[in-house]
Design a protein around this ligand. Structure first.
Ligand code: HEC
Ligand code: HEC
Ligand code: HEC
Ligand code: HEC
Ligand code: HEC
Ligand code: HEC
Length: 506
C-alpha cells in the first residue's frame, strides 16, 4: 500500500490519531475563519473555539505524529528486527525521502501560516468588545449596555481598561484568567465593586485621545426637565459650564484646574465618598491643606492614610458606563419626542413604575405593559381611547428605559454606582466643594453657584415668562436649604415628589 509506505514509522495508532486531529482542526479553523470573513459576524463562543481551542488541537495533533513515529522506531531499534541507526538518514538522492522532505516543508509553511493567522486573530479578538462585553454577557451586561449608549460607544473596552504596551496586556490577560475562572465558578461578587483599584492611570488611557493642553473656556449645556405634574410642564436650565484648562493651556482657571496641580486627598471609605482631607501642591511648590471642619482628621491619621492623586476618573468616573435616573430618561424621551408629552402625568406614572423593586427584567417589562395603560383606562378613559397608539409607544420606550438602567441579575441599577461629575443625585463635586472644607487661613473650597457654571437663562413654572433670573431658581422654594444642604441629600433620599428619590427609600 503506497500510503503506508509513505507514512513509514508514522503508520501507527498514535500518529494516525494525531493526523486526524490536526486535519480536523485545520479544516475547522479554515471553515470558521472563512465563515467569519464572509458573513462579518463575530460570535464570542465561536471565536473562543476558532482562535484558541482548534489551534491548540492542531498543535497537539501535529505533536502526536512524530511522537508515535519515534516510539515505533525506537521499539524496532531495540528489538533489532533490522539495523536502524540512532538518527534518521537524510538522503535527497532517494526519491521517497526527497518527496517526504518537500511535503514536510510545504506542510510546515502551511501550518505556521494557519497558526499565525489564528493567533493574530486571537489577539485581535481578546482586544474586541465582543470578547470583553459579550463573552461573559450576564456579568458584563450593565457595562456593555451603558457603554453602547454612551459618547464612547466607538472606543474599545481595552482602550480604557488596558491601554497601549505589552506589560499591561499581559497584566490584563492574567487578571482575565482569574475573571474567567470567577465567572465559571461563580466566585465573583454579584455586583462588581467600584472604584476599580488597579485601573490604569488616566494619563495612559484617557490622555491618549483627550488633550488636556487643549481644553477651552466654556461649554454651553441645556438641562431639560419636565415637572411631575398633569401637564408634564417643561423646564429648561441653560448653562455655561466653566470647563477651563490646565496651566499649559490658554485658560488655566476653571474646572480642569485640578489636573494642572498636584491635588491629593484622603478618602475614609472604599467608594471615595467621604473626603475629610485635601492637599494641593501648586506649580510654585506651595502646599495648601484643606480639612473637613465637621469631621477633621488628626495629624496621626493623616500620616498613616494613603493619599490618592486626583486624575480624570475622580470626576469622570462614568465616562461611558453611564446609568441614568428614570426621571432624566423620561426628560430625554419627552425632548426627543419619543414619548408624547401631552399624556397627563406621564412622567410621574412612568418614574413610579420604573423605581419599584423587580426580581427580573421580564417581570418589570410585564408590569410596565400592564400598569401604564391601566392608569389611563382608570383615570383618563378618553385619553386612553384617543391616544391608544401614543400610550403603546410610551410603554415600549419605558420598557427600554428599564432595560438600559436596571440589571436585576447583577443587582445593578442606575443608582448603584455614584456619578461624580455634578452634584445632583450624588455628592460629586460637593464631596470637597461643600463649603465645609477649610485651610489654616480659613479659606474654604468654594460652593459658590457661579464658580463652575453660570445660568444663562431658565424656563420654569415659577419664573414669569420674559424675566431673566439672577442665578438658579429652584422649582419649589426651599429657602436657604439650597446652600446649606447638599442637593443629593434631598434628590437621592427624598420623598415621593423628588424625581429619582423614591428608589432610595427601599
Ligand atoms: C472611555 C473609557 C472606557 C471604556 C471604553 C470602557 N470602560 Fe469600563 N470603566 C471605565 C472607568 C473609568 C471605570 C471605573 C469606574 C470607577 O472606578 O468607578 C470603568 C469600570 C468598569 C467596570 C466596573 C463596574 C462599573 O460599572 O464601574 C466594568 C465591569 C467595566 N468597566 C467593563 C467594561 C467593558 C466590558 C467595556 C467594553 C464594552 C468597557 N468597560 C469600556 C472606563 C471605560
Ligand atoms: C480611543 C480614544 C478615547 C479614549 C481612550 C477616551 N476617550 Fe473620551 N472621547 C473620545 C471621543 C472620540 C469623544 C467624543 C464623542 C462625541 O463627541 O460624541 C469623547 C468624549 C469624551 C467626553 C465628553 C462626553 C460628552 O458628554 O460629550 C468626556 C468627558 C470624555 N470623553 C472623557 C474621557 C475619559 C475620562 C477617558 C478615560 C477614562 C476617555 N474619555 C477616554 C475618545 C476617547
Ligand atoms: C475636577 C473634576 C474633573 C477632572 C479632574 C477632570 N474633568 Fe473633565 N470635565 C469636568 C466637568 C465638570 C466637565 C463638564 C461636564 C459637563 O458639561 O457635563 C468636564 C468636561 C470634559 C470634557 C468635555 C469637554 C467639552 O467641551 O465637552 C472632556 C473631553 C474632559 N472633561 C476630559 C477630561 C480628561 C481627559 C481629564 C483628565 C486629564 C479630565 N477631564 C479631568 C470635570 C473634571
Ligand atoms: C478631592 C477634592 C475636590 C473635588 C472632588 C473637586 N474639587 Fe474643585 N477644587 C478643589 C480644591 C482643593 C480647589 C482649590 C480651592 C482653593 O484653592 O481655594 C478646587 C478648585 C476648583 C475650582 C476653581 C479653580 C480656579 O482657581 O479657577 C473649580 C472651578 C472647581 N474646583 C470645580 C470642580 C468641579 C466641577 C468638581 C466636580 C466635577 C470639583 N471641582 C471636584 C478640590 C476638589
Ligand atoms: C464645584 C463646582 C460646582 C459648584 C460650586 C456648583 N455646581 Fe452646579 N453643577 C456643576 C457641574 C459640573 C454640573 C454639570 C453636571 C452635568 O454635566 O451633568 C452642575 C449642574 C448643575 C445644575 C443642573 C442639574 C441638572 O441635572 O439639571 C444645576 C441646577 C446646578 N448645577 C445648580 C447649582 C447651584 C444652585 C449651586 C450653588 C449652590 C451649584 N450648582 C454649585 C458644578 C458645580
Ligand atoms: C430640601 C430639599 C431639596 C434640596 C436641598 C434641593 N432640592 Fe431640588 N427639588 C426638591 C423637590 C421637593 C423638588 C421637586 C419639585 C418638582 O419637581 O416640582 C426638586 C426639584 C428640583 C429640580 C427639577 C427636577 C425636575 O425633574 O424637574 C431641579 C433641577 C432641582 N431640584 C435642582 C436642585 C439643585 C441643583 C439643588 C442643590 C443646589 C437642589 N435642587 C437642592 C427638593 C430639594
Amino acid at each position: 500500500m503506497a500510503l503506508r509506505k509513505y507514512a513509514g514509522y508514522a503508520w501507527n495508532m498514535i500518529s494516525l490519531a494525531g493526523m486526524v486531529l490536526a486535519l480536523t482542526a485545520a479544516c475547522l479553523i479554515i471553515g470558521f475563519l472563512s465563515y467569519e470573513g464572509i458573513t462579518g459576524v463575530e460570535k464570542p463562543y465561536l471565536g473562543l473555539m476558532t482562535y484558541f481551542l482548534f489551534p491548540g488541537m492542531l498543535i497537539f495533533g501535529l505533536l502526536l505524529v512524530p511522537l508515535g513515529a519515534y516510539l515505533v522506531r525506537n521499539k524496532k531499534r531495540k528489538e533489532a528486527e533490522e539495523h536502524i541507526p540512532p538518527f534518521p538518514r537524510v538522503d535527497f538522492n532517494d526519491p521517497h525521502k526527497r518527496h517526504m522532505f518537500i511535503f514536510f516543508v510545504i506542510a510546515s509553511v502551511g501550518f505556521v501560516l494557519l497558526v499565525s493567522v489564528a493567533s493574530l486573530k486571537g489577539f485581535e479578538f481578546t482586544e474586541s468588545t465582543t470578547f470583553c462585553g459579550e463573552l461573559c454577557h450576564v456579568v458584563m451586561s450593565p457595562e456593555h449596555t451603558a457603554w453602547a449608549n454612551s459618547p464612547h460607544a466607538k472606543v474599545k473596552c481595552v482602550e480604557c481598561h488596558v491601554g497601549p504596551g505589552a506589560a499591561w496586556y499581559v497584566k490584563a490577560k492574567l487578571s482575565g484568567m482569574r475573571q474567567l475562572y470567577a465567572v465559571a465558578f461563580h466566585t465573583y461578587p454579584e455586583t462588581i465593586e467600584t472604584p476599580i483599584d488597579n485601573l490604569r492611570p488616566a494619563r495612559d488611557t484617557c490622555e491618549h485621545c483627550h488633550w488636556p493642553e487643549k481644553f477651552y473656556a466654556g461649554r454651553q449645556k441645556v438641562f431639560y426637565h419636565y415637572a411631575p405634574n398633569e401637564q408634564n410642564s417643561p423646564r429648561e436650565i441653560n448653562m455655561l459650564i466653566n470647563i477651563g484648562g490646565t496651566p499649559k493651556s490658554a485658560h488655566s482657571k476653571g474646572i480642569h484646574w485640578h489636573i494642572g496641580q498636584k491635588v491629593t486627598y484622603i478618602a475614609t471609605d472604599k467608594k471615595r465618598m467621604n473626603i475629610p482631607y485635601i492637599r494641593v501642591e501648586g506649580r510654585d511648590g506651595k502646599i495648601t491643606e484643606f480639612m473637613d471642619t465637621e469631621k477633621p482628621l488628626t495629624k496621626a491619621e493623616i500620616e498613616k492614610s494613603k493619599q490618592r492623586e486626583m486624575d480624570c476618573t475622580d470626576c469622570h468616573n462614568r465616562p461611558t458606563h453611564i446609568y441614568r435616573a428614570p426621571g432624566v430618561e423620561m426628560d430625554e424621551n419627552f425632548v426627543s419626542g419619543h414619548i408624547d408629552q401631552s399624556l397627563p402625568y406621564m412622567k410621574k406614572v412612568a418614574v413610579e413604575v420604573l423605581t419599584r423593586p423587580y426580581k427580573t427584567t421580564e417581570e418589570a417589562k410585564a408590569t410596565i405593559a400592564k400598569e401604564i395603560p391601566a392608569y389611563y383606562q382608570k383615570n383618563y378613559p378618553q385619553v386612553a381611547q384617543a391616544k391608544a397608539k401614543e400610550i403603546a409607544k410610551a410603554v415600549t420606550e419605558v420598557q427600554d428605559i428599564y432595560g438600559r438602567n436596571f440589571f436585576p441579575q447583577m443587582k445593578v441599577s442606575w443608582n448603584t454606582y455614584p456619578n461624580n461629575i455634578g452634584h445632583f443625585y450624588t455628592p460629586g463635586c460637593f464631596r470637597c466643594h461643600d463649603g465645609k472644607h477649610k485651610n489654616a487661613e480659613g479659606r474654604i473650597i468654594s460652593k459658590d453657584c457661579n464658580l463652575c457654571h453660570t445660568v444663562l437663562s431658565q424656563k420654569q413654572e415659577n419664573i414669569p415668562e420674559g424675566t431673566k433670573p439672577n442665578g438658579f431658581v429652584h422649582p419649589v422654594d426651599i429657602g436657604d436649604e439650597i446652600m446649606k444642604t447638599n442637593c443629593s441629600d434631598c434628590h437621592s433620599a427624598g420623598g415621593q415628589d423628588v424625581p429619582g428619590g423614591e428608589a432610595h427609600k427601599k
